[in-house]
Design a protein around this ligand. Structure first.
Ligand SMILES: C[S@@+](CC[C@H](N)C(=O)[O-])C[C@H]1O[C@@H](n2cnc3c(N)ncnc32)[C@H](O)[C@@H]1O
Length: 187
């Protein structure tokens, strides 16, 4: 797995930090479903969903409701999840907009992902789609904020279903090789 670490200030709207936005824009592929869209528009083809009607979004809906009712397999190549990282944050920073239940959201995404699709999950922990569901962790971004503030993590996973163990190893090795070849990124 590729690991990238850089220092970044902590902002209520994560992608307002140019280095984080750049990392996201470099790591998404194809049409992006940005499920907790916030204020920051990305330089990519994105459909923006946010439950807060004050946010610049294409759909003002709960993320889970949107995936369950509007998304079909093949609609998107990347699913971007940057929810409020804690219930307390929902209350203090996002006007009470609470993240959809992650397990249910994960199950809904599993219904509509196709081979090769990407899920990028931001949070304070490493909860993500997981290998149990055939998602391979390709890239871990660790954001250091300085002082006593704990880091933020972003995990990029790719859906690679129906492959046998040796092929999984090849996928993993390919990701590692790509990681070595792309070490020159600066943020
Ligand atoms: C961490 S911010 C995302 C920031 C965004 N990535 C940016 O950089 O601008 C979380 C966003 O999720 C939205 N949100 C919270 N609960 C939600 C839900 N259940 N469904 C959709 N959006 C939600 C909040 O309104 C807030 O804009």
């Amino acid at each position: 797995m590729k690991i990238t670490y850089f220092k970044a200030p902590i902002k209520r709207y994560t992608f307002e930090v140019p280095s984080i936005r750049k990392w996201v824009e470099e790591n998404v592929e194809g049409r992006v479903l940005n499920l907790f869209a916030g204020v920051t528009k990305l330089a990519c083809e994105e459909v923006r969903v946010d439950s807060n009607p004050e946010m610049p979004a294409d759909f003002h809906m709960d993320a889970l409701d949107y995936v369950q009712s509007e998304v079909q397999g093949g609609d998107f190549q990347t699913f971007l999840l940057d929810p409020p990282y804690a219930f307390r944050k929902s209350m203090t920073k996002y006007q009470g907009h609470v993240m959809s239940n992650f397990k249910l959201l994960k199950n809904a995404i599993i219904e509509v992902v196709e081979e090769g699709n990407i899920v990028i999950t931001f949070g304070y922990h490493s909860v993500c789609m997981g290998q149990k569901y055939n998602f391979f962790q390709e890239h871990l971004l660790v954001l250091g904020h300085g002082g006593a503030q704990h880091d933020t993590l972003a995990i990029k996973e790719r859906f690679v279903p129906n492959v046998d163990a040796p092929s999984r190893l090849k996928v993993k090795r390919l990701a590692e090789l790509e990681s070595i070849l792309s070490q020159t990124n600066t943020y």
